[in-house]
Design a protein around this ligand. Structure first.
Ligand code: MN
Length: 474
């Protein structure tokens, strides 16, 4: 099976975050649960109505184009893609055919073919009875379509690309891109071939609604194609769906003849000479763009943050901005790394346990208080065990770590003078253990340190204790 070369190209649709729909002023609200509330004669396709282009949606796609290093169109227009289906009230979808807003570009080394702007369809409900229902709230919502070149060669690469694209869309604030809500939808064009210069027969898998589904569906198709080819059979060019429950793809429709959509430019919409519209000028768009994930990655790497921590920060913007504020308050590099550690492991653990969202939540403690906690650990005023307990309290109720540590009796005694007295008492109470230690039995030291921790109710710094024992036993 290894002799086959897998080739995948992705098509990703993402609903854009705008106040109104693509060509009318009906609200674009993905959270609306009442059916057919956000509709008007324009998005319902009534005769005699005129569409108007949503500028915000155009700007969103131009931002995506710049983020991917693509070429923004000088000229663009909208085309009618004609087909009949109950979820498409006009009998055509407004899309872009010959002149996409963005051409070319690159993400994670994957070449982008184009990014264009179109409108979403309505949602059909088929499982209500022996009839179907259609909800038009989504009809006409601005939809971005991104197409990659067929240059992906593994399921993981495809999944990683989709994950990174979601990050980019969120960082640009152009889409919430929640796959489970259908705000971002992936289709994969998959083929297997023995000849690196020739593609095999392509199968298109739709309805991939999670990153895991993208990866699993590709792996499933690799196995399916390989066993067909191994037994001398042919792969049929078709569209397949993905059944998450059984973990299999299934045939939806054969694609011997390609659909004839009879594309033509929409006569009701103006053509756009992008470069002549001040709001669409590259510099104006760039000014509105926030930092991209790749830049954040570089900045964090320069701070010495380890890769795993960086990847935890990236999708969790609240956590990341807390980290950046904390880092400003810390003077030593070691402390910054320690802060990164506590945030990405301990705090993330607490956030998960509370079922909160590290991307959007606000914390009950301040960055200054968190920085204080880190300084207490690095100054050995607090053990790492103690710090975890204090952090949990700060997370639940807020408050100063110093005050919390005092009230919990967790402030560590690092004062040697105070500890020496305790150590001397332990030594005279345990002559046998002292004898063991002197005759070279190292576990004896561990026992003595343990006695010291017990005597100080855990408030001693174990490392300082150990040093005092060693020096007094010399
Ligand atoms: Mn499309």
């Amino acid at each position: 099976m290894n002799e086959y070369i897998l080739t995948v190209g992705l098509e990703v649709h993402a609903e854009l975050k705008t106040r109104t729909k693509m060509f009318c002023d009906s609200r674009n609200d993905a959270d609306e649960t009442r059916p057919n509330v956000n509709v008007c004669p324009v998005c319902m396709g009534h005769p005699g109505t005129l569409p108007v282009i949503n500028k915000e949606a155009v700007k969103h796609v131009l931002k995506v184009g710049l983020a991917l290093g693509g070429k923004l169109a000088d000229f663009t227009e909208f085309d009618r893609k004609n087909y009949f289906y109950p979820d498409i009230p006009k009998g055509y979808q407004l899309s872009q055919y010959e002149f996409p807003l963005v051409s070319g570009g690159n993400l994670k080394g994957i070449k982008i073919t184009r990014v264009h702007l179109e409108e979403d369809t309505a949602t059909s409900l088929h499982d209500v009875g022996d009839y179907s229902l259609v909800d038009f709230n989504r009809a006409g919502v601005p939809l971005m379509e991104l197409v990659t070149e067929p240059v992906i060669h593994s399921a993981k690469e495809a999944g990683d690309f989709a994950r990174e694209l979601q990050l980019v869309l969120r960082y640009l604030r152009v889409s919430d891109a929640n796959m489970e809500k259908g705000e971002m939808r992936v289709e994969a064009n998959i083929s297997l071939s023995k000849d690196s210069k020739k593609f095999g027969t392509k199968v298109e898998v739709k309805n991939l609604n999670s990153f895991r589904a993208v990866e699993r569906a590709i792996l499933y198709e690799v196995d399916r194609h390989a066993s067909l080819l191994d037994s001398g059979e042919k792969v049929i060019q078709e569209t397949r769906g993905w059944d998450e429950g059984v973990g299999k793809t299934f045939s939806q429709r054969r694609k011997e003849e390609s659909n004839d959509y009879r594309y033509f430019p929409d006569p009701d919409l103006p053509k756009l000479v992008i470069k002549d519209i001040p709001e669409f000028e590259q510099q104006a768009i760039e000014k509105e763009m926030s930092e991209l994930p790749e830049n954040k990655r570089r900045r964090y790497a320069l701070l010495g943050i380890k890769e795993g921590d960086i990847e935890t920060f990236l999708p969790n913007r609240s956590l990341a901005s807390l980290f950046e504020e904390v880092a400003k308050e810390l003077t030593e590099k070691e402390q910054v790394l320690l802060a990164s550690n506590y945030l990405t492991s301990d705090l993330v653990g607490l956030i998960k346990k509370a079922r909160s969202d590290a991307d959007t939540m606000s914390f009950l403690f301040s960055a200054t208080e968190f920085a204080e906690l880190i300084r207490m650990v690095s100054d050995k005023k607090l053990s790492s065990r103690g710090a975890k307990d204090i952090l949990a309290l700060m997370f639940e109720t807020g408050g100063s770590p110093e005050v919390l540590a005092k009230s919990q009796g967790l402030l560590q005694m690092s004062n040697e003078g105070e500890l020496q007295q305790t150590v001397k008492e332990i030594l005279s109470a345990n002559p046998k253990v002292v004898q063991d230690y002197l005759s070279g039995k190292m576990p004896a030291l561990q026992f003595l340190v343990g006695q010291g921790m017990k005597a100080t109710k855990g408030s001693a710094n174990p490392e300082v204790l150990r040093q005092i024992f060693v020096s007094l036993l010399k």
